[in-house]
Design a protein. Sequence first.
Length: 364
Amino acid sequence: MKVDYIKTIGFRKFKGVFETKLFDTTNITGKNRSGKSNILYAIVNIMLGTNLSGDEKSCLIHRKCDASYGELHFTDNQGIKHILVRGKNKVGTKNNFLTLDGKPVTQNELISFYKDKKLFLSIINPLYFLSKKPAEQKEMVDKYLSDIKPFEIFNKLSDLQKQNLLKRYFKIHVREMTFIAMMGAIGSILVFFRVPLPLLPPFLSFDVSPIIEMIGGFMYGLVAAFLIIILKILLQLVLQGSHSVGTGELQNLILGCAYVMPAILFYRKKTRKRAAIGMIIGTLTVSIVSVFSNLYLIIPFYAKLFGMTMQDIVAMCTEVNPKVSDGFTMVLFGIVPFNLISLFGIVFPLLKILSKMHIYTWVY
């Protein structure tokens, strides 16, 4: 579709007649308030009945006029010339009219000319596309543009651009891999400094290695945090082996992910406040998950390993804490309070570390 001529009366800032011709290539220049943007508004309003943002309720009638008139001369894709006229009243829609080549038409009958409202608005007004949420932008790109393979884009680059891109890619990934390896090693060392859970059997303990996983996740994202957890567990197996036939390592993986993943997901906007809230959410999540993982995985395994029953372990804990009456209350009164205490013992010191290192501004 090619626009040839525009005419408006009582439209936006122009009370009288505003008209202009358009050509194959038209340079629009002029002083402020001379009508440059009026051309774009007129095209969209006459064709769609909206403003540049797609709002149908927006009033574009001059403040001293009761109605507006718009006339658009255009050539369609088949080379046929048309005249589209739209009239709007400031109050009510009774006297509104829309004609194409002198005959009344509906808005739906015009779709064949502009094809898609969102696409038409994005072409006329690029800010319309930029104002949409990322998910909607992606949907529009997937809908309107053909699937372009990354190597096709890469092949279009100059030799210098290719070299710079490859250098940057490998530099970043080498740095990430080095960082992940280092943090995984530090995490495996911190595992040795376990803190026994009060009022519970000695095989239930807590370590501060999630601090390392959280820092890694804040800096390089979910995948990095997960790799640090995996690497920490593998190094732990190499250094001291497994005393639980893999059960303890599985518990470590589950609780590590339960603590770190929610915090990193909430930390999308990369602010210190969201980092704090994310870690609090992670602490609450791991507290809930640990109840069920200990109740149905860890405690039953160790009970069987030591030739004891769940009742025997509950009885041991009841002697220390009378509120413990069964497996659920044993875990509830022992693990949940300890994890909540860790909120103050780990989260807030970690925030101080992040503040000093400015990590909450590094993540991409």
